[in-house]
Design a protein around this ligand. Structure first.
Ligand SMILES: *[C@@H]1O[C@H](CO)[C@@H](O)[C@H](O)[C@H]1NC(C)=O
Ligand SMILES: *[C@@H]1O[C@H](CO)[C@@H](O)[C@H](O)[C@H]1NC(C)=O
Ligand SMILES: *[C@@H]1O[C@H](CO)[C@@H](O)[C@H](O)[C@H]1NC(C)=O
Ligand SMILES: *[C@@H]1O[C@H](CO)[C@@H](O)[C@H](O)[C@H]1NC(C)=O
Ligand SMILES: *[C@@H]1O[C@H](CO)[C@@H](O)[C@H](O)[C@H]1NC(C)=O
Length: 299
């Protein structure tokens, strides 16, 4: 903060005296400010890895280097001492002055501080905020329609395992309409898992079919959207003629084939029976006998 106020003071003085040089000074001032307030943020996804980088000043000997969350030691090293137990899911990169963190959980989110101590005992801290998110699953749509008490449809959109908490949203032409007679959200819920802290988000809506079929509807949570769906599809009063004739034709075809097979079976059986009755004379024998008769006639 000293550097910041000094720079601002300097900037103001220079502005008054040497206007042409103010651009140069403004740039210098900007760098001084960012250097004195070292604060970065890091994003990760549940199940993935992140790396905390602690920027060292070049060409200087380091005495110790470590990462902590709030006041809890995460990982680090000391040039001449063994350090305390580090977090299981972390690994130290001594040369790069970095700590890798694996298999992120929502609970790993928070404020971290990286501390480097140089051989002259000078300490430079870096604050790093880690935020861990999780993508919701694609919403699953369940539609159930009641045709008895006025035609209406109940639609449930449900998604699991997301973070942070997000409400299920509905979209489509009808949902922009404010008429609550046409459709309405009955309830919505976002339930966290006590262990993983991940949310299940769902919503139930009812559509009044007096207003006709509603197409191209969808629901979404975070940046994940369901398949398009439609409700109040016109009820089929009688079957389409096309379907009907196709069905009849198929049945006829099957019947013809079955009758044909039966007929074939029946004729085969009849022939076998006839053969047995004729004393089992084989066709070849008949031909031979005829041949002999012909020779007798010739001689
Ligand atoms: C995270 O680190 C582990 C261990 O090094 C590795 O096996 C895994 O592939 C990494 N995951 C991702 C998403 O990079
Ligand atoms: C650090 O721990 C290792 C193994 O536990 C031991 O051999 C070594 O002497 C220790 N070093 C110091 C500086 O305490
Ligand atoms: C559905 O809409 C019709 C026509 O506007 C209305 O008479 C009926 O009360 C509505 N039903 C429900 C359940 O809102
Ligand atoms: C939401 O409302 C529907 C219909 O009234 C009901 O079946 C369902 O259990 C409710 N869900 C929640 C989470 O309350
Ligand atoms: C979230 O949904 C999944 C799948 O339906 C279920 O197994 C789990 O118990 C739910 N979690 C909570 C906290 O309701």
């Amino acid at each position: 903060m000293m550097a910041l106020s000094w720079n601002l003071q300097c900037f103001r003085n220079q502005w008054l005296s040497l206007r042409p040089l103010t651009l140069v000074l403004a740039v210098i001032g900007f760098f001084s400010v960012t250097e004195s307030v070292v604060q970065t943020s890091l994003r990760g996804e549940v199940g993935q890895n992140v790396t905390f980088h602690c920027p060292p000043e070049k060409q200087r000997t380091i005495n110790l280097f470590y990462l902590q969350r709030d006041n809890e030691f995460v990982n680090g090293y000391h040039a001449s001492k063994n350090v305390s137990k580090s977090w299981e899911n972390t690994r130290l990169n001594k040369t790069g002055l970095a700590v890798q963190m694996f298999n992120l959980k929502v609970s790993h989110s928070g404020n971290y501080r990286c501390i480097i101590q140089y051989s002259n005992n000078q300490v430079t801290p870096t604050d790093i905020h880690l935020s861990v998110t999780a993508n919701y699953s694609k919403p699953n749509v369940t539609i159930s329609c009641d045709k008895n008490h006025g035609y209406s449809c109940l639609v449930i959109c449900a998604s699991q395992g997301g973070y942070p908490q997000r409400k299920m949203r509905w979209s489509g032409a009808v949902t922009g309409n404010t008429s609550s007679q046409m459709w309405k959200v009955l309830n919505s819920s976002e339930v966290p898992d006590p262990n993983t802290m991940l949310f299940n988000s769902s919503s139930t809506a009812s559509f009044n079919c007096s207003y006709g079929e509603q197409k191209f509807l969808s629901c979404s949570v975070g940046n994940v959207t369901s398949e398009l769906f439609k409700v109040c599809v016109p009820q089929k009063t009688d079957k389409k003629p096309g379907d009907h004739t196709m069905m009849v034709a198929a049945i006829c075809a099957v019947a013809v084939v079955v009758i044909g097979l039966l007929l074939l079976l029946w004729t085969c059986r009849k022939q076998r029976q006839a053969g047995a009755a004729a004393g089992a004379v084989r066709p070849e024998e008949v031909i031979v006998l005829r041949g002999i008769n012909k020779e007798e006639e010739a001689s």
